[in-house]
Design a protein. Structure first.
Length: 150
């Protein structure tokens, strides 16, 4: 099983889209093993988006991600990193597949609703950045796991 970090950005929270977006991940079958609605400090934002330092969109990105609460979570499932990125869609909503979150709910890449880790290294780094070990609830089975005897 693979784990990935996902954050519903301030536009998702402010637009009341958390339930709709979450249901996409739950319906697919990903297991939520950590979740919190949290304000993002500038320090956390800088660490999270460190790879984008120097890019033209870096400063507005920090301003945006610290502008309101973010729903941060860890999802677990088979090939979760790739699968979640597929459900989320391409960065630019105009290029995202129809049916993906960004195609269905967003119009511009600057406010693209969701962040999802792009590779195993990023997932590991981002999970550790946003969650402590005791915030991870991997001590329960989903109904699917119970029925399948997993
Ligand atoms: P995210 O997946 O959170 O990773 C970096 C973010 O930068 C991206 O989503 C976009 O929200 C944001 N961004 C803003 N402008 C650009 C751009 N021109 N290219 C890539 N990402 C951008």
């Amino acid at each position: 099983m693979e784990r990935t970090f996902v954050a519903l950005k301030p536009d998702s929270v402010k637009r009341g889209l958390m339930g709709k977006i979450l249901s996409r991940f739950e319906d697919k079958g990903y297991k939520i093993i950590a979740m919190k609605l949290t304000n993002v400090s500038l320090e956390l934002a800088e660490k999270h988006y460190a790879e984008h330092v120097g890019k033209p969109f870096y400063a507005p990105l920090l301003e945006y991600i610290t502008s309101g609460p973010v729903l941060a979570m860890i999802l677990e499932g088979e090939n979760a990193i790739l699968g979640v990125r597929h459900i989320v869609g391409k960065t630019n909503p105009d290029e995202a597949d129809v049916g993906s979150i960004r195609a269905d709910f967003c119009t511009v890449k600057e406010y693209n609703a969701v962040h999802a880790s792009d590779c195993p290294e990023s997932a590991k780094r981002e999970m550790a950045l946003w969650f402590s070990e005791n915030e991870i609830c991997d001590n329960y089975k989903t109904m699917l796991e119970i029925v399948m005897g997993a």
